[in-house]
Design a protein around this ligand. Sequence first.
Ligand SMILES: Nc1ncnc2c1ncn2[C@@H]1O[C@H](COP(=O)(O)OP(=O)(O)OP(=O)(O)O)[C@@H](O)[C@H]1O
Length: 418
Amino acid sequence: MEDCLSSSKKSQKVVGFEGPYRLLYCSSKGDKAGVMRELEKGVEPDLADYDKRTALHLASCEGCTEIVVLLLQKGADVNSTDRWGRTPLSDARSFSHEAICKILEAKGGIDPVGLDSQLPCYELDHREVNMDEAALIGEGSYGEIYLVRWRGTEVAAKTIRSSIASNPIVKNIFMKELALWQKLRHPNIVQFLGVLKHPDRLIFLTEYLCNGSLHDILKRKGRLDLQTVVSFALDIARGMNYLHQHKPRPIIHRDLTPRNVLQDEAGRLKVTDFGLSKIAQENDVSGYKMTGRTDRYMAPEVYRRESYGTSIDIFSFALIVHEMFLGGPPNLAEDPEKIADKRAYEDSRPPLYSYLYPEPIRTLLKECWHQNPDCRPTFEEIIVKLEEIQDKLKNKRKMGTCSGAINDSSGWCSRLSR
Ligand SMILES: Nc1ncnc2c1ncn2[C@@H]1O[C@H](COP(=O)(O)OP(=O)(O)OP(=O)(O)O)[C@@H](O)[C@H]1O
């Protein structure tokens, strides 16, 4: 733990607006003097943001020819790939910047994704769904959600805002995420059904979960008892473990929140919208923004704009489990950006009142929201711990007693019978 704590402090470096990321900003704006200044300061030409997009990606999609030439002269990698496997040439082609395509090709640039090689998404004839009879059930960052009938079954239809659907790069990324989603099959992952082939709209179908989101459930019911929390936490952890163990690359959710966890008729929770929300929130992935969207479930390393991995989802998971005991988010009135800032730079975490959080859960939450991502457990490890707690709870119920292996100093067993 000592090591974890000391490296945690090390990882708290501040990346301010005037930090190395200015290179990306200047590149996307075509500011040659700014780019030169940053490179002269010693900033690496291949510096990437948290989506692994480099200055060369940004200059290529913005059509900044001079910057592309300059970055290549300074040794930028012509074939750096971003989170979606796109190279600078992929971006230049998407926006038809012919001159830049030629420059990149001459330097050995390749386009491993290309619009043509996009994985096909399962397409359905739009006449199969009558959107005129659709009932609105919710609204998210990328559009509205409707309850519709498809082939005799109630399903959810998600409409994509035209600001997203009309941007070729964003649409392409969106379609790739959907193509990935259509391959996933797990009891704790919302099932993707297909995209409606519509001349001027982008709509996709998923299974319909009649009980709504965990956010809705907490609003309705308030605090959940320990047994329910453990069972819900296991559902989320199993769905997330499936995503993190995806081959050849793990799928990072990036926006795990109570709104992105839905409940089916049988009471089981399922995870939805991996990757999609963030695409929509970033609004314009072709440009680099100096301010990031923050929220209360964001891991410190994301807020600090550092590189990150699967453990950002573990951090969000801990906050969701914390909320289930509390019946909603703590410090609801506080500005989410302030909360994220304090978590990133002051190591602040929500309170773990002993009368609400039994000992095995307290320890688990502390591990999961550890400041150092390397010290957080994996979902596989979390599942083992939660199953142990669940087994003990079952045994206690059978024996009709609360004394035994799990510390009950806070009287948490008594809440089981509520
Ligand atoms: N498949 C579904 N079945 C039933 N209800 C759904 C389904 N998908 C979404 N909803 C409802 O619609 C609401 C909005 O969903 P959506 O996923 O678009 O947005 P969000 O999760 O609230 O926000 P964001 O897009 O930022 O993640 C959800 O909170 C939920 O209540």
